[in-house]
Ligand binder design. Structure first.
Ligand code: SF4
Ligand code: SF4
Length: 393
């Protein structure tokens, strides 16, 4: 039976497994792709029938169709059984193409109304400001987005207010302490324990009673298929588990975590995930000392397989051409470490919506004089771009 966890100060419980709707099954044809609606309906309805009560989507997922597919799938009595969480990024509040001369706050309201219509519901259970980072945080504050979300809540259009975060710990801490958020959503997985919001961020959210939702626990699916040297470490342990289960247990071990999102693309993945989250021992504190050691060794082994020794220090930035060098190398290393560039390509495509991709490097090599790792950045960027380009969304 599916396990449930408390959802912080918002006071309800949710399934420990949250279905992420950003990687629904797709039909790819040439250079276009669209959601496979029939397969998606089947998966979403199966999840509800198995006791999954948490569904995560966003204004922009799947070319702005994910919310619509979720809304359609939940028709016929399922919507009332679940919590719907969706998000709006600052970028679409300022979008000049669709803004039609309106203010940021007018656009925010227009986008929420479109979301409600697509989801076929009169309210959102938890509405997030999507993808807060250093620069969007400054704009979020100055444009008074939180105050606008409070108005949405007062009108009954949304019930809880939260944010999703991508960036380093100091800014995460500032955002978290700025407002009485109902929920925050961060990245965490067994490799990146000290990246982004970090373990300290998890502890701090817990201390504040803020519901904590983890995204990318399988690192875009990459941790599901470990290379041989990593697999050998898992195989040493007497209890046999899939790599996916190890990855989920790493997250479920934190008592502060309310729900773990998994962006499933097939019914097989969904069934596997639901089975893991229904095991009676996948509760806070589920890892013993030996299991924690196994996970530490797996982390170190993965890191040793990376191709470019980039530490993410960002001393090479800013690049005059706007290339976010450490982000490109991070995606490139993912492809090499995990033996597949498929998920990394998708991430690279999203990344280049905010920064220039590596093809914009003009080989001035200014960055190389600043790199403490003495990486031949221009050459490595070329190799990375060749491997990472070409994702079709
Ligand atoms: S070499 Fe390329 S990445 Fe480095 S600073 Fe010049 S343009 Fe930017
Ligand atoms: S300076 Fe070197 S190690 Fe640091 S982020 Fe840039 S490429 Fe990576």
């Amino acid at each position: 039976m599916m396990l449930y966890r408390d959802y912080g100060k918002l006071g309800f419980q949710v399934s420990a497994f949250g279905m992420g709707c950003m990687r629904l099954p797709r039909i790819v044809s040439g250079d276009t792709a669209e959601v496979d609606r029939e397969k998606s309906y089947e998966m979403i309805r199966y999840a509800v029938d198995q006791g999954v009560t948490y569904f995560d989507t966003a204004y922009g997922y799947h070319n702005m169709t994910s919310e619509e597919v979720l809304g359609e799938a939940l028709e016929g009595g399922r919507r009332e059984k679940v919590r719907i969480v969706t998000k709006q990024p600052f970028g679409v509040m300022t979008d000049l193409k669709t803004g039609g001369g309106k203010t940021v706050l007018e656009n925010a309201r227009r986008n929420l109304e479109a979301t409600l219509k697509k989801l076929r519901t009169s309210y959102i259970d938890v509405y997030l400001i999507h993808n807060i980072g250093v620069s969007s945080w400054e704009e979020t504050k100055s444009q008074k987005i939180i105050e606008e979300y409070e108005k949405f809540r007062a009108e009954g259009l949304i019930r809880g207010i939260g944010f999703s975060y991508h960036g380093k710990y100091p800014c995460f801490r500032e955002v978290l302490d700025f407002y009485d958020w109902g929920m925050c959503q961060i990245q965490q997985n067994l490799i990146d324990v000290d990246n982004e919001a970090t373990e300290e961020g998890i502890r701090h959210a817990g201390r504040k009673g803020c519901a904590l939702v983890i995204m990318e626990p399988i690192r875009g699916g990459n941790l599901a298929t470990p290379p041989e040297p990593v697999k050998a470490i898992y195989d040493e342990y007497p209890v046999k588990r899939s790599p996916v289960e190890w990855a989920f247990r790493h997250i479920l071990n934190y008592p502060e975590v309310s729900t773990v999102l998994s962006g499933v693309s097939t019914m097989e993945q969904l069934k596997e995930d639901i089975e893991i989250f229904s095991k009676p021992d996948t509760v806070p504190g589920c890892l013993n000392e030996e299991e924690k050691t196994i996970i530490s060794r797996v982390r170190e082994k993965y890191k040793s397989l990376a191709s470019v020794p980039c530490t993410g220090c960002e001393y090479c930035l800013p690049c005059p051409q706007g290339v976010n060098i450490p982000q490109v190398f991070s995606k490139y290393n993912d492809g090499v470490m995990f033996g597949t560039f498929e998920p990394a390509r998708r991430g690279y495509m999203f990344q280049t919506r905010f920064n220039q991709d590596a093809s914009h490097c003009i080989e001035c090599k200014v960055c190389e004089t600043k790199c403490p790792q003495h990486i031949e950045i221009a050459g490595e960027l070329k190799a990375a771009h060749e491997k990472l380009k070409g994702w079709v969304e």
